[in-house]
Design a protein around this ligand. Structure first.
Ligand code: ZN
Ligand code: ZN
Length: 300
């Protein structure tokens, strides 16, 4: 497992602390990325299906009306306590309609369990859906829930991406911890080293739920904030824009994707196209620091 040298040079410009999700293009670009990654991939059918799901997220998001944000007293209280302004535990009921729209628009592939999951979600009551969302956000899923939770996660992503895009950046608290999204408090799915004026070569953690990004210095562990024990790993000879950043202080890892190596790289899609890298660092004893909501791990 070759370890890369880490670039400790300081960024050249003042970093934007947050990047809000761009609702017009985010899921559409991710869907294209899934389709591209599926070509010639051993898991191509699965990646193509996730591309379809992501395309459906894009379509539903474009037709979503403006959502009510938390009231100003709630926002002010969150700001005063340095808490994220959005709370996935207090999700707006519209997410269930988003889920039903996603489910209606998808054709199930032959893959085991997916057709059944779609059918079961079509018939689920509101309270059954709320229980699934609670499990996704706080619980340990059972194996028979996993396929349904992927769609629950996709629906919640649509709603929280919309909310994050509506929320004024001034409502976000100053960052005291690196490990959770300053907008919704969720864990990051991966981090992105970005190209572009003012953000060139800066690293942003990408929220697994609301698709917001927040700046964290490179070579800093997202889980425990140390900059002493971080190393990068890649699959030898893969020439991939994705690496795994491991931390020996807390034994965690998260993927890091480089726009410099591929400008179309996506923290969610590229993460799922590189499961071999997860196996590599998992075998070396590291545990993943944040989930990918399109891949649900269940109770062992
Ligand atoms: Zn978030
Ligand atoms: Zn750490």
């Amino acid at each position: 497992m070759p370890t890369q040298e880490i670039d400790f040079s300081p960024p050249t410009a003042e970093a934007a602390p947050y990047l809000r999700p761009v609702t017009a293009s985010l899921f559409a670009e991710r869907a294209e990325r899934f389709a591209h990654l599926a070509i010639g991939h051993s898991l191509g059918d699965w990646l193509n299906f996730l591309g379809q799901l992501t395309r459906a997220q894009h379509v539903v998001l474009q037709t979503l009306p403006e959502l009510p944000l938390p009231d100003s007293a709630t926002l002010e209280q969150a700001r005063r306590h340095g808490m994220p302004p959005l709370d996935p535990g207090a999700r707006p009921a519209v997410w269930r309609e988003v889920l039903r729209q996603l489910v209606r628009s998808l054709e199930a592939p032959g893959a085991a369990g997916v057709g059944e999951a779609l059918l079961s979600l079509r018939e689920a009551t509101d309270s059954e859906l709320e229980k699934l969302a609670d499990t996704l956000l706080d619980g340990v899923p059972e194996a028979d829930q996993a396929a349904r939770l992927v769609f629950v996660g996709a629906a919640l992503q649509v709603v929280y991406t919309a909310l994050a895009s509506q929320l004024a950046a001034g409502r976000w608290p100053a960052l005291e911890v690196h490990g959770v999204c300053p907008c919704c408090g969720s864990l990051p799915v991966a981090s992105v080293v970005r190209l572009g004026a003012a953000i060139n070569n800066l690293r942003y953690l990408h929220c697994s739920l609301c698709n917001s990004e927040w700046n964290v210095p490179r070579a800093t562990c997202s889980a425990c904030s140390t900059d002493q024990s971080v190393a990068l790993h890649e699959i030898e000879g893969a020439n991939s824009p994705v690496r795994a950043e491991t931390c020996d202080a807390c034994n965690s890892y998260l993927k890091i994707v480089y726009q410099e190596k591929d400008p179309h790289v996506d923290p969610v899609a590229d993460d799922l196209a590189t499961l071999a890298l997860d196996m590599l660092v998992d075998e070396a004893g590291y545990q993943r620091a944040g989930p990918n909501l399109l891949l649900i791990s269940t109770a062992a």
